[in-house]
Write a protein that binds this ligand. Structure first.
Ligand code: HEC
Length: 152
């Protein structure tokens, strides 16, 4: 009985991926990329020694890594430029799904290396900085092909 009470509110939630309107899907996608960007910003500040929060590095690297795994899911069918004026995603994100997944994997792999570096004691900030650069290049690598008006 108790299990049923716990489950009922979940069943009442109507959201299915297919029910979400394109503008909401785009807003979610863009907010998710914003989250990636914030983790890059904090990571960069730590790597440059601007702040002493080296203990936070692993958290940001893990977040980047986990979000990279989710990333292809932010591009459901019907949420491209044909459906939304607000999206900066190019049609290639849907026509070249394999390429998109490969580019997401590059971010996943680069951030995995950053996780490893963040666990080292003492932490080697020079190596961390270089790897943050690699992670950044994986962001740019995808933008070159799948995002318009690239300025980063
Ligand atoms: C696999 C491809 C891919 C990777 C990897 C990727 N991006 Fe993007 N990014 C995109 C696309 C496509 C858009 C456009 C999304 C839209 O407007 O619908 C975008 C949009 C953005 C935006 C703009 C969000 C907004 O508010 O409109 C930022 C900021 C951003 N990315 C940062 C990053 C950072 C930082 C990384 C790396 C940590 C990264 N991206 C990795 C494809 C990628």
């Amino acid at each position: 009985m108790r299990a049923l009470v716990v489950l009922l509110p979940l069943l009442a939630v109507p959201a299915q991926a297919g029910d979400i309107d394109p503008e909401t899907a785009v807003a979610y996608r863009q907010a998710s990329f914003g989250a990636l960007a914030k983790h890059m910003k904090t990571t960069g500040m730590i790597a440059k020694g601007q702040v002493p929060h080296t203990g936070d590095l692993e958290t940001h690297a893990v977040a980047l890594n986990m979000l990279a795994k989710q990333l292809p899911g932010w591009f459901p069918e019907g949420t491209g430029p044909e459906a939304s004026e607000k999206t900066a995603a190019l049609p290639a994100a849907w026509s070249d799904r394999e390429g998109l997944e490969k580019a997401a994997k590059a971010l996943e792999d680069a951030s995995a290396k950053l996780i490893e570096l963040s666990k080292q004691e003492p932490i080697d900030l020079t190596a961390v900085k270089a790897q943050v650069g690699q992670v950044g290049r994986s962001c740019g690598g995808c933008h070159d092909t799948f995002k318009k008006d690239d300025d980063h």
